[in-house]
Design a protein around this ligand. Structure first.
Ligand code: ITT
Length: 199
């Protein structure tokens, strides 16, 4: 099954290609020359933003279009950065710096339980002019006390996952892909697509 994954984030593409396995051929926006088009993610929920991306790019291809909207929700920061995870603190700032600033904002929070956070991912697919959503993926953890690990992307170096006693950035991709919010969301999406007669 051929799909367009409507994302400008190459790290998401790598993760989702590994998750998809052999049944799916995933094209990125870049692969189809569609990365020159930009869409404003002006929704107020992860679901809205995912569907804005899928709908927009489905106008440019006949393939089913998959999109992911995701982010880090930090309880101590009242849910920030949440749906604004990509734009948080300004587009110009590197994720390395965004992570550092979050750690600074939380330096007085010494009780790990008050550092609770979760990654959330909503995946959807635009298929035959309809948008199909699967249940959102979410993984609970804590904001670490320091940045750790070289792998992953975005906020992975400060997202501590207690069951494995490491941050997401300390995990090889195949391990993160057994746990993550994105794995959970796409596992359901790919199963739905495999069982859909119209794809
Ligand atoms: P597209 O919209 O083009 O897909 P994006 O990176 O802007 O790419 P989002 O709008 O979904 O994606 O923003 C999500 C941000 O949340 C992303 O840029 C990361 O900083 C962060 N994020 C999401 N999933 C993550 C993960 O698995 N690990 C680390 N950070 C993640």
């Amino acid at each position: 099954i051929k799909l367009l994954f409507a994302t400008g984030n190459e790290n998401k593409v790598k993760e989702v290609r590994q998750l998809a396995g052999k049944n799916f051929e995933i094209f990125s926006l870049k692969d189809l020359g569609l990365d020159k088009f930009n869409v404003e993610e002006n929704g107020t929920t992860f679901n809205e933003n995912a569907s804005i991306k899928a709908k927009f790019y489905s106008k440019h291809t006949d393939l089913p279009v998959v999109a992911d909207d995701s982010g880090l929700v930090i309880d101590y920061l009242n849910g920030e950065p949440g749906i604004y995870s990509a734009r948080y603190l300004g587009e110009a700032l590197s994720f390395n710096d965004k992570c550092k600033i979050i750690l600074e904002k939380m330096e007085n929070v010494t009780n790990p339980r008050e550092r609770s956070a979760r990654f959330v991912c909503v995946a959807c697919v635009s298929l035959n002019e309809k948008i199909l959503f699967c249940e959102e993926g979410r993984v609970d953890g804590y904001i670490s006390f320091e940045m750790k690990g070289e792998g992953g992307f975005g906020y992975d170096p400060i997202f501590f996952y207690p069951p494995l006693n490491m941050t997401f950035a300390e995990m090889p991709m195949n391990l993160k892909n057994k746990i993550s919010h994105r794995y959970q969301a796409f596992y359901k999406l790919f199963n739905t697509l495999k069982n859909s007669p119209k794809v």
